[in-house]
Design a protein around this ligand. Sequence first.
Ligand code: FPP
Length: 255
Amino acid sequence: MIKLFKSWRKKANAPEAMATDLDNIPKHVAIIMDGNGRWARKLGLPRIVGHRNGMKAVKRATMAADELGISVLTLYAFSTENWKRPKEEVDYLMSLPQEFLALELEELIEKNVQVRMMGHTDELPSHTFAAMEEAMERTKQNTGLILNFALNYGSHREITETVRGIAEKVKTGDLSPEDITEQLLGSSLLSGDLPDPDLLIRTGGELRLSNFMLWQTAYSELWFTDLYWPEFGRAQLVEAVSEYQRRTRRYGGLS
Ligand code: FPP
C-alpha cells in the first residue's frame, strides 16, 4: 500500500513529500553521520560548530524515524579511531551525548523512545557514560523506536573481542567448535539482540563503511548522499527510505 508519510500527507505539495510505502519500512536504519567538519568549514566556522549542528540533525533524524515507524535507528557517533582527533574536538564530541540528553530526554521519554549505546563504552569519559546510563535506565521500559548510539564503536574490535569470548568458552569446554555458527557469532556481537540494518545511510559524500557494523551490514541496502550531516533532515530520510523501497533484496538468491 503506497501512502504518503503521515503528516506529509496533508501537505502533499511540499517538495519533501513523496510516496512512501508504510508497509515496507526498514526495521533498522543505521547512519554514518559524516561531514560535520566540512559543513562548518564551508561556512567559515570552527569544526565543533559543525558537530553541534550535527547534534541538531540527530534530533531531526530521530523524530523522522519515529514518525516513519522505523524500529531501530543506530547512529555512528564516535568510532574507536576518532580518539586520534585533537583533544579539544574529542572532548567536545564526548560532551554531546550529555548535552543532547539534557535537551531532548524528556521528549524522547514522551515519545516512548528507548535510548541505548553500543561500543566499548567502559572507556568513555565518566560524564558521557553516566549521561547515557541515566537515559538508558529511564527509557529501558519504552517500547517505541530504539535510538542506539554507537559510541567508541569499531567493527574490527567488536568482531575480535566476540571471537575471543567464544574461544574462551571453547577453552573451558562450555562450547565445542561445532557450536560456532553464523547465528552464534552474530548474536554474540554488541548488536546481538537487534535485527541487522536493512538500510545504511552515509552522508558527506564518502563511499566507504569506515569500520561500521561490517558483519551486520552484509545484506544492508546502502544509500549515500553528498549532503553534510548537519544538512540532514526528514526529507533525506524519506528519500533514502523511498529508494530502499525501490530496491529488490535478493540475499544472493533470485527475485
Ligand atoms: C564525522 O564528521 C562525524 C563525527 C566523527 C561525529 C558525529 C557526531 C555527531 C553528528 C553528533 C553526535 C550527537 C550525539 C547526540 C551523540 P567529521 O567530523 O569527520 O566531518 P568531516 O569529514 O567533514 O571532517
